[in-house]
Design a protein around this ligand. Structure first.
Ligand SMILES: CC(C)(COP(=O)(O)OP(=O)(O)OC[C@H]1O[C@@H](n2cnc3c(N)ncnc32)[C@H](O)[C@@H]1OP(=O)(O)O)[C@@H](O)C(=O)NCCC(=O)NCCS
Length: 177
């Protein structure tokens, strides 16, 4: 289990905690989240299970799931996925609750985890990070652009992404790879 904490000014990224189950259903009860993500937690019991799954994924190191906090209140979720520990490539995913949207939080959070992931001294020194979103998800596309992820490819529908998707990429060296 990572105990990674990252932050800048009013923004904090830290591991999900069991006590966050109280706020999670309210955050996930949103049409955009239902449209663009598979995260569901209709009540506190389901939220506890969701958080337990996040924490279990973190134990294997395949996922680094973090709560996004604004001024100390949980407002969203950020995850760094690294399915193959022998390959220095990861993928970021995120959502921000409706009330905290429109303030640039997702791009700032992606920027923090990207700097950490590329860092040899603090993080795993990955070489490349991917960011994938449905082609119709304009807000997520704006987040990718603002976080410095370049549109590399339009992916056709696939089992994991049943709609066409944008693949955005950021590399540690700043060059396309
Ligand atoms: C995509 C998402 C994470 C963006 O988070 P955010 O912190 O609001 O991001 P930003 O504030 O940088 O806004 C991104 C863009 O969305 C637009 N936007 C989306 N929702 C908005 C809102 N409620 N109010 C204002 N602007 C909004 C903004 O215009 C902005 O574009 P711009 O910077 O070119 O003006 C958030 O909308 C969300 O969680 N959506 C549902 C889940 C989702 O789509 N996750 C990504 C899956 S790939």
């Amino acid at each position: 289990m990572t105990e990674l904490h990252l932050g800048a000014a009013d923004l904090t990224l830290r591991p999900w905690a069991p006590a966050d189950a109280a706020v999670l259903p309210g955050l996930l009860d949103d049409p955009d989240l239902r449209r663009w993500t598979s995260h569901r937690a209709p009540d506190t019991a389901a939220a506890r299970e969701w958080i337990a799954r996040q924490r279990a994924g973190a134990v294997t190191g395949e996922r680094t799931p973090l709560a996004v906090l604004l001024d100390g209140a949980v407002v969203g979720h950020l995850v760094l996925k690294r399915p193959d520990p022998t390959v220095p490539v990861g993928e970021v995913g995120y959502w921000i609750g409706a009330r905290a949207r429109g303030r640039g939080l997702a791009a700032r959070a992606v920027g923090l985890i990207t700097d950490w992931a590329f860092s040899a001294s603090r993080g795993p020194r990955l070489d490349r990070l991917d960011l994938i979103h449905d082609v119709d998800n304009a807000a997520s596309c704006a987040v990718a652009r603002k976080a410095g992820y370049v549109l590399a490819e339009i992916l056709p529908p696939a089992p994991r992404h049943p709609a066409p998707a944008h693949l955005h990429v950021r590399s540690r060296t700043g060059t396309a790879s």
